[in-house]
Each structure stands twice: as C-alpha cells, then as structure tokens.
Write a protein that binds this ligand. Structure first.
Ligand code: IDP
Ligand code: MG
Length: 160
C-alpha cells in the first residue's frame, strides 16, 4: 500500500469561483485569479460574462427569503462577472479559506475579502460552500465545451 497510491485516491473536488461585478470594476480580476493559481489549484473554466437575472436568482435561490435578496440580484447583474471553475483535492474548503468571511471587515488579513473589500454587499468574490454546490454551480454557469480537462506541467511539483 504505497503512499503515492493513497494520495492519488484522495477525492478531487471542483469549486465555482466568481469575481463579482465590483471586483471586475475595481480591476481586481488578475489579483483574485492569481490567489488560486499561486495556491496550486487547477483552472478548468474561465470567462467574462454578463449574468442574466434568472441565473443570479437560481444561483442564490437559498437566499430568496432574505431582505437583501433583491439588492444582491441587482449587484450580481450590475456588470460583468468572471466565472471560474477550479479543481483540486480539498479545493472547496481551501478556496473558502482563501476568500475569507462573508463580512470583509471580519475576514482575516491575507484573505481576498480581508485584503480587498469592506462591505458584505460588495465582497468581490464568490466561492461554493460544499463539493455538491461546487458541481451544481459549475453546471449552472458553464455550458458543456466551456470546461477544459488538462494536466498542468507543475502537477508533479505540487503533490508527492
Ligand atoms: P458567502 O458568499 O460568504 O457564501 P452567503 O451567506 O452565501 O455568503 O451570501 C451570499 C452573498 O450574499 C454574500 O457573499 C453577499 O454578497 C450577499 N449577502 C449576504 N449577507 C448579506 C447582507 O446581510 N447584506 C447584503 N448582502 C449580503
Ligand atoms: Mg454562500
């Protein structure tokens, strides 16, 4: 039972990461992408996209009853977003840590929201909250043929 076989049996997850319209308007796209790129996750989908209202409502359907829901939908559809699919072992939980708390004033320094934002309603980035939602959201935001399966050259330098 060799260690490298154990490692390769670990579950590879996918997460949906999105630079929200404020992140695009503020010129933070490259900065946000590079946080995930430098960490060592694999990018499998990327596009600039103007989100229709129906898609924003479907994406955030669990928050429909919240008082901030209409404002949230206006915010997400107010300009282009950058949609990303990222893959890796533990990527969902790790991406949430890199992103930081929902309220940027409570987010730790070093996290994207902790470093780059001040308000919950303008918190620059989205990340899926579970592997199931990662799959669901990638399915919502990307069409078949928009995702790429590839082997990064750095792969053997990231994992034993
Ligand atoms: P998350 O993005 O950290 O997963 P959720 O609770 O899932 O946070 O909320 C989704 C998004 O809804 C937040 O990122 C934020 O943009 C918005 N939101 C959440 N709570 C509030 C609020 O109290 N006021 C305004 N917007 C909010
Ligand atoms: Mg959430």
């Amino acid at each position: 039972f060799l260690p490298h076989l154990v490692a390769s049996m670990e579950q590879v997850d996918e997460t949906y990461i999105m630079v929200k319209p404020d992140g695009v308007q503020r010129g933070l796209v490259g900065e946000i992408i590079s946080r995930f790129e430098k960490k060592g996750f694999k990018l499998t989908g990327l596009k600039l996209f103007q989100c229709p209202k129906e898609l924003a409502e479907e994406h955030y359907k669990d928050l429909k009853a919240k008082p901030f829901f209409p404002g949230l939908i206006d915010y997400i559809t107010s300009g282009p977003v950058v949609c990303m699919a990222w893959e890796g072992v533990g990527v969902v939980a790790s991406a949430r840590k890199l992103i930081g708390s929902t309220d940027p004033l409570k987010a730790e320094p070093g996290t994207i929201r902790g470093d780059l934002a001040v308000q919950t309603g303008r918190n620059v980035v989205h990340g899926s909250d579970s592997p199931e939602n990662g799959k669901r959201e990638i399915g919502l935001w990307f069409k078949e043929g928009e995702l790429c399966q590839w082997t990064p050259a750095q792969a053997p330098w990231l994992r034993e």
